[in-house]
Each structure stands twice: as C-alpha cells, then as structure tokens.
Design a binder for this molecule. Structure first.
Ligand code: ZN
Length: 427
C-alpha cells in the first residue's frame, strides 16, 4: 500500500442537486491510500491506516481527481487557434484539410503522441475522442492511448457526404471499418469504442442506418456526435432532413441512449431536450469552443433541469486549449453573462465526477472514493509566483479551488496517476 500525504479534495456528489457541503470531501492535511491500482482509503492524515509506504507531498500540493474531457478531436491538435469564421466555414477552411493529412500514418503517429502528451500535461486522465475517417489513424490513436496507460473512448469519424472527396467513404466501408476497430479495441483495458458519425449534415440516411446497426450489435458501445452547435447548422439539418427536428434524426436511427454523448446542444428546443432526457443521452458542453466560434450561450441550468446529464469538453481544435482549468473558467463566464454564478464546487464537479457520469464511468473513476480506480492529480499550489500568492491567501477550500480554476494551467499539474500508475511527472 502507498499513502500519499497532501491537501486532498474530491467531489463525491452532485452540487447541482444537493447542498454543496455534502457533495465533497476536503482535508487540509489528508491521505490517499492506494493499493493494487485502487483507492484503499481517504481521510485526514491523523486517521491514516498503519503500514504502507508514505509519499509526503507537503501541504503545498493538492491531490484531486483527474479531469474528464467529454468532447475533443485528436487530429485537430495542430490547428488550435486557426483564425476566423463560424462553424461551417471553419470546417471547410481548416478542419477538413487538417484531417485529410491523417491518410499518412506517420503524421497520425506523431500527432497521437503529442496529443496524449498534452492531455496528461493538463491533467486530463480520461477523454471522449473523435479520430478522423481513417482506419489506420484511428488504430494508431488507440495504440498510443494503450501504450501510455490512458483512459479513452475513441471512434473513427463516419462521413459520406458534404465534405471534400478524400475524406468521404461509402456507408458500407464506414460500417465495416468501424466494426473492425470496435471489435479490436472496445473494452480492452481502459479503452472503449464510440460509434462516431461526425454530425447529421455529413451523414446520408444510409450512413446513419449503418451506425444504428452497429449500435444494435454492440449495445454497450458509445455513440459520439454533434448536435445544435450553430444556428446555420440547425437550418441546414432541417433542409437535409425536413421531416424531423435535429435530435429526431439521431433517434430515428437508434442512436440516442445513455451511452450517447452529443457535443454542444446550444440551440436545442424543449421537445428535443425532453427526447434526450427520456433516452438518457448526454451533452458535452464546450464553452471555450462556443465562444471561439461564436456558436452561442449554453443554458446549463435549463438543460440540467430537463434531466439531461452534462459533462465539460474542450472541443479541440475549436477550443483553444486542452486545459480543463480553462474549460471550467469559460463555463463560469458563459453562465455569468446569463446572470448565473456557478460555484467552484459545481465547476470542479463538472470537470471530474460530472464528466465521469456523462461517460457512464462514475462507478469506476471520477472521484477519490474507496474502491475506485486510483486516477488522480498532484497539483502544485505554488506553480507560479502569482498562483502561489493567490493560494497563500485562500481562506478555505472553495476559495483555493476558485483561484486554480481562473488562474490554473498545465504548470499547476505536477504529476498524474491512472490506475495507481504514474503516467506524467514534471520532475
Ligand atoms: Zn467537436
């Protein structure tokens, strides 16, 4: 057994539903006990179990659960910050040419390495990831995640219309390649597969039919796609599928369930929210991306009140950083301008245990609770002179978390553990 001694914080419940004080554990001088890759105990240091090796991290560090990024695109890492345009224009100008480069496995391999590096440096220990349409590139993303001990849900993008020729496939090939990758990687170690039609506009009814067929054959596989990100996109879906609302398009092909994660959902109607809630589908809220592309302001409380589970995502490359600190800070700002102030506990929940719930992984990870996988971060409360100054004056855990949310970045993440194994260390 290993005993980590530090400040310790973890959400254990949903602060949107319960009194905040009952939804987290916090110890100024605490311990986290790890055995066989699992959490064997957590509490104040004076109650630590006897025996085991002590790793004293000092009170200048905070041990906290790893972050969950519930929506991003691995191939778009290199195009972060590409300037200008709203969603549809941006896809054509930057995204499609960038993704076309992944027909070259060497390029895919290099980006896969850089991608996992960046996520770990930023404290993201689990992510739901879009690859490209390329079979081999997707295989390489999985292989790299496995090599690094990273917890990931990945899917080959499925796309058979309204994109440049080199990125288009026929529905049958898309189905067959997705199926092969799913059979190879789904439930292998920490990896899971997501059936991933990009979004309705790049899908023919036949492609969605094939995606639905795959979901029927492998009911515990995930479905990962986009919905109602941008007003022009919603209009376009109405032209392409005149019979239905956007959410109905996915529902008609059996693609909505509790393992479905839909990115954005900024412009959903009441009827659509009701449908998503009844199906148990989840939404990945990506505030940084929504601001960058000018997509709109997500109505978080309205969506939560409709019964839909929400996680936070960066949506790289439309998001401008892989940092979940920024995702939390931007989620705060998106609600601020709508007159609602999210608490540090609510924000931290969305980035950790809430993300795990959005990905149906909350029984395995997402918080520091006995029996769960030992997935955690060691955060440096004095990473920079300014962060140090801010941490020093924090009166309580809420204030300390607030400082980290608004000022934190990759420099704060000193080391990271997944299933008890150190997967990143700055020293
Ligand atoms: Zn996206």
């Amino acid at each position: 057994m290993k005993l980590f001694r530090a400040r310790v914080f973890t959400p254990v419940g949903d602060p949107f539903r319960t009194v905040a004080a009952e939804t987290y554990l916090s110890f100024d001088d605490g311990y986290l006990a790890i055995e066989h890759g699992r959490i064997a105990g957590i509490g104040p240091w004076q109650e630590h179990p006897a025996g085991g090796t002590v790793v004293d991290l000092g009170r200048e560090t905070l041990v906290a659960p790893g972050f969950f990024d519930t929506h991003l695109h691995a191939p778009q890492l290199e195009m972060i910050g590409s300037y200008g345009g709203h969603l549809l224009e941006w896809l054509n100008r930057y995204t499609f040419p960038t993704e076309a480069k992944f027909s070259d496995p060497k390029h895919a391999e290099a980006i896969a390495k850089a991608f996992i590096d960046e996520l770990l440096r930023n404290g993201t220990l689990c992510a739901l990831i879009f690859s490209t349409v390329h079979y081999e590139a997707t295989d390489l993303f999985f292989a790299e995640a496995e090599r690094r001990g990273f917890r990931a849900i990945i899917g080959k993008t499925m796309m058979d219309r309204n994109a440049p020729e080199p990125l288009l496939e026929d529905a049958r090939t898309s189905y067959e390649q997705s199926r092969e990758l799913l059979q190879r990687w789904h439930n292998r170690g920490l990896l899971r597969y997501a059936i991933a039609p990009r979004f309705a506009p790049t899908s023919t009814p036949e492609l969605l039919e094939r995606a639905g067929e795959l979901k029927r054959q492998f009911p515990d596989a995930y479905v990962h796609t986009h919905i109602s990100e941008n007003a022009a996109e919603v209009e376009w879906v109405h032209e392409l599928f005149p019979e239905a609302e956007y959410a109905d398009v996915y529902d008609d092909y059996g693609l909505l369930g509790d393992r479905t994660v839909l990115a954005h959902g900024v412009h959903l109607t009441e009827e659509e929210l009701d449908l998503l809630s009844r199906r148990g589908a989840r939404i990945a809220h990506c505030p940084n991306s929504n601001l960058f592309l000018g997509s709109g302001l997500f109505r978080l409380h309205h969506v939560l009140e409709s019964g839909v589970v929400v996680g936070l995502g960066t949506d790289i490359g439309a998001g401008t950083t892989p940092s979940m600190f920024t995702a939390m800070a931007d989620a705060y700002k998106v609600q601020q301008v709508q007159g609602i102030s999210l608490s540090p506990f609510e924000l931290w929940y969305l980035a950790t245990l809430g993300g795990a719930r959005a990905l149906s992984l909350e029984n395995e990870t997402g918080s520091l609770e006995r029996g769960k996988s030992a997935d955690f971060l060691v955060l440096d409360l004095h990473a920079t002179p300014l962060i140090s100054m801010r941490s020093e004056r924090a009166a309580n855990i809420e204030d300390l978390l607030a400082g980290l949310i608004f000022m934190g970045d990759d420099r704060v993440v000193r080391s990271a553990y997944i299933a008890g194994r150190e997967v990143m260390s700055r020293s």
